[in-house]
Design a binder for this molecule. Structure first.
Ligand code: IMP
Length: 427
């Protein structure tokens, strides 16, 4: 079983880092294929909590390669900070590889993201303001600057000079903001490139070689399927493709090489930022869950919006990502909450619908239809197998898996590495 993709099945923050870290223990390569430092992966092991943004969790094992692939928008400044943080914590970073084809995210992308969000007022997307959208815009406008360009000072300067003509006009004339200086940026980013050069390579070729020699490759998605630029709740989405297929484009591997796509879900739902969220809970249980599970953004500290498990959104995620397995995290959070609701369908204009609407406007007229299941009061944090869970918790998990139509692979009863329990081994 050499290639597995892990994706977040909803709006991100499902605990992908934890499952990736868990599967990564037996992987040889861990590959990040999209997004950038908008992601915040928290990994807890050896009683220590680590927060990563761009570097894949495979970095914690010196024998593995941790790859930042071509589909990522690569912020060298923040990756260097992450490397320093890892060094300070005694983690070796020799296994890092960075794609020479990844797009570079510059400080002006971040600035534009901030200004564009502010200008949108109430219509803002609620981005992380890390410059992700503007960096992908440049990629698709074919003016992006790639990691390979960081290594050639003349190319870098020429591209920055060309790009900043338009960027500075927008910054100064549209937003009344300060312009950026091409010469200064060239020096700054060339220096980053020089420090990072030993890690830079053709990562697609590295992955192919590994697959051909029977090595185990884990592809780690950031964000979640419902934030996908094509299949998410557009326009309240990120600017990349977190879905399973994103791994093949974003890492340079063919779809025929992939064996399993594991979708990570929480036993409930959470979302940060603006946009539709049909099962959102505005008080009571929602507040309780937020407090119990400390549902605040890893990077931004924003309180996450909380809702019941939405099997309509999850079926959508399963379809567009080709999920073959389902991992359910945070089951312990639901202990003692009384009876639990699962959204099984929606009602829109008097009609029952089972698929996720495309238009954001539909969500103002939509009501979730729920099935109610009995909860459990036992503390389940020490449970180590499915069979040891209270009967109602077993029933809840089985029902989620049935409704989503994807086989249950694992459940987690706490944030630690040891609190994730699998029903079968994938490799
Ligand atoms: P952007 O990716 O910063 O452009 O933000 C676009 C949307 O994606 C916003 O709703 C963000 O809150 C959301 N988002 C981006 N990264 C993450 C993440 O790692 N977890 C959860 N939501 C995210």
């Amino acid at each position: 079983m050499p290639a597995i993709i892990v994706v977040g099945s909803a709006w991100g923050d499902e605990g992908k880092g934890k499952i990736t870290d868990f599967l990564a223990q037996d992987a040889d390569l861990v590959v990040r294929y999209q997004g950038g430092d908008n992601a915040g992966h928290t990994i807890v092991f050896d009683q220590k909590k680590f927060a990563l943004r761009s570097i894949p969790s495979g970095i914690f094992d010196a024998k593995k390669l941790a790859i930042i692939a071509n589909g990522v928008v690569f912020n060298p400044e923040s990756v260097l900070k992450e490397l320093a943080y890892l060094h300070d914590n005694g983690v070796s970073t020799n296994g890092l590889r960075i794609s020479n084809r990844a797009q570079v995210l510059f400080s002006y992308h971040k600035r534009l993201d901030e200004l564009q969000e502010a200008a949108k007022g109430d219509a803002k997307i609620g981005t992380t303001k890390n410059g992700i959208g503007p960096a992908y815009v440049d990629k698709y406008s074919r003016v992006g600057i790639r990691v390979c360009d960081l290594l050639d000072k003349d190319v870098l300067r020429a591209r920055l000079e060309a790009n900043l003509i338009e960027k500075n006009a927008i910054l100064t004339k549209v937003y009344g903001a300060e312009p950026f200086d091409a010469a200064r940026l060239t020096e700054e980013y060339y220096a980053y490139g020089q420090t990072l050069a030993p890690f830079v390579t053709d990562t697609s070729a590295v992955i192919e070689e590994a697959l051909n020699s029977g090595k185990r490759v884990l592809f780690e998605g950031a964000q979640g399927v419902m934030l996908d630029i094509d299949h998410g709740t557009y326009p309240y989405v990120t600017s990349s493709n977190p879905i399973g297929g994103g791994a093949t484009v974003g890492a340079g591997v063919g779809p025929t090489r992939i064996d399993e796509v594991v979708g990570i879900a929480k036993a409930y739902t959470s979302r940060v930022g603006e946009g539709p969220f049909p099962t959102e809970l505005f008080e009571g249980v929602g507040d309780q869950i937020r407090d119990i599970a400390h549902e605040y953004g890893v990077n931004t500290g924003r309180p996450r919006r909380i809702g019941w498990f939405d099997s309509v959104a999850m079926r959508h995620a399963a379809r567009v990502s080709g999920l073959t397995k389902l991992s359910v995290n945070c089951l312990d959070v639901l202990s003692g909450l009384g009876s639990l609701k699962i959204c099984v369908a929606y009602e829109l204009d008097g009609k029952r619908i089972e698929t996720y609407p495309a238009s954001v406007a539909d969500f103002t007229r939509l009501t979730p239809l729920y099935e109610e299941l009995p909860g459990w009061d036992e503390d389940i944090t020490g449970v180590t197998s499915f069979e040891d869970l209270p009967e109602n918790a077993q029933h809840y998990l089985t029902r989620l898996s049935e409704l989503v139509g994807v086989e249950l692979f694992s459940f987690a009863v706490g944030p630690e590495r040891e609190a994730t329990h699998i029903l079968e081994k994938l490799w």
